[in-house]
Design a binder for this molecule. Structure first.
Ligand code: MLT
Length: 409
């Protein structure tokens, strides 16, 4: 008989956002006359900017001509895109890296999900609670956890992020080989300052740990003390991998392009204590399992870094930031306490009167026809919280805000 990877059986029945989509679809079917507004999944609403569309057209034409047609590209990404990323996101910020430390991919979700493959099955994993479910679920699939009991998986080092610690992960009191940090944070919308992140980099260096740093939302940072990259912290190149994405920065959720930085200074030991380059191992993994991002998409991503592209995406991001303020104001006028929304497109609200996250989901859906994400779906510390996103259009965000303000909680 073919045996199953039974680790999959430890997982909840479906991915959080699929569960929500099903519940919303059922509500819509039963209530066709009540238009629902989604502030749920973090998906963008504004179209690709003109500079990106122009690059897509041009690259598509190239693909249709024999002289400029391209087949397989380099698995790591074309040099034109890696060089543009290097210059704009790192060198111009005073961070010394090289283009062969950047790996272009089809999404931060897949990279952050796949990266754990490079580590031993016995590696101890630490992650924030609440957490973006992908970090946790992929480690469950890989067999690094025990069973799911009382809202938590055995074997994981949970880093509670609560109102008391300002939703900032505190150093653990035990060893962890891998630490997932997400800043600006999904789901809480909080962001770590340079000083807070430095504590983690120093801790990882002292404990031979590796930080898997997800900064997919860095374009939403507004405060100077919040670093855009972990490599702004001295020594981070020896302990951290960084995941970045064009999804939320430039509206690529459906176009798919992201990148991962694996510095050459980053090494892991084998059981005999011999060091190995993670950069070389990730390249080995990618060349075996991945054929690269389409040429047209990489040209589109390159256009994000052109002067026009930058002006255009900044305007889109400013629109989402404005939405966040609209939502925060509405919550305040409804008497609710909310966090985030300043350095991130996520708003993390405290449910009133101790109502649980799913009950609040139902209340908002049936009372205001607004969809959000129950905090408990991100972990047990998310119980009693609820996430709203700033990614809808200004019109629908204002309408959702109006409906929420009119509710009694
Ligand atoms: C979310 O809503 O948390 C995002 O859509 C996550 C993602 O980018 O996969």
């Amino acid at each position: 008989m073919t045996a199953l990877n039974e680790n999959y059986l430890k997982l909840p029945g479906s991915y959080l956002f699929s569960t929500i989509a099903k519940r919303v679809a059922a509500y819509k079917e039963e209530n066709p006359g009540r238009p629902v507004i989604s502030l749920g999944i973090g998906d963008v609403s504004r179209p690709l900017v003109p500079a990106v569309v122009e690059a897509l057209h041009k690259a598509s034409d190239e693909m249709g001509r024999a002289e400029t047609f391209r087949g397989y590209g380099p698995e790591q990404g074309y040099a034109f895109l890696r060089e543009a990323i290097l210059k704009h996101d790192y060198l111009d910020r005073g961070i010394q890296l090289s283009a062969d430390e950047i790996f272009v991919s089809d999404g931060a979700k897949s990279d952050v999900a796949n990266f754990q493959e490079l580590f031993d099955a016995s590696s101890k994993v630490a992650l924030q609670d609440p957490v973006y479910p992908v970090y946790l679920d992929t480690n469950v699939m890989a067999g690094r956890t025990g069973a799911f009991e009382n809202g938590r998986f055995g074997g994981i080092v949970y880093l509670p992020c609560t109102e008391e610690n300002n939703f900032t992960p505190q150093l653990p009191d035990q060893h962890a080989d891998l630490v997932y940090l997400c800043s600006p944070n999904n789901p809480t919308g909080s962001a770590m300052t340079r000083a807070e992140l430095k504590k983690w980099v120093d801790w990882a260096a002292a404990n031979n740990s590796i930080i898997l740093y997800d900064s997919a939302y860095e374009a939403f940072i507004t405060q100077r003390e919040v670093p855009h990259s972990i490599y702004e912290i001295p020594g981070a190149e020896k302990v951290a991998v960084e995941f970045r994405s064009f999804s939320k920065t430039a509206g690529f959720t459906g176009t798919r392009c992201a990148y991962t930085v694996v510095p050459k200074a980053l090494q892991v030991m084998d059981k005999a204590g011999k060091p190995h380059s993670l950069n070389a191992l990730w390249l080995r993994r990618q060349t075996t399992k991945f054929n690269g991002v389409p040429y047209v998409v990489q040209r589109a991503a390159e256009a994000v870094f052109s002067p026009e592209g930058q002006t255009q995406i900044r305007e889109v991001i400013a629109g989402y930031q404005q939405n966040a303020q609209v939502i925060l104001k509405a919550l305040q006028s409804a008497g609710l306490t909310a966090f985030g929304g300043v350095n991130a497109p996520y708003i993390w609200l405290k449910t009133p009167k101790g109502v649980d996250s799913w009950a609040f989901f139902d209340k908002l859906l049936t009372g205001a026809q607004v969809v959000g994400t129950p905090g408990v779906g991100f972990g047990s510390c998310g119980e009693g919280y609820f996430r709203l996103t700033a990614f809808n259009t200004p019109e629908l965000t204002q309408e959702a805000a109006r409906r929420i303000s009119a509710m009694t909680f």
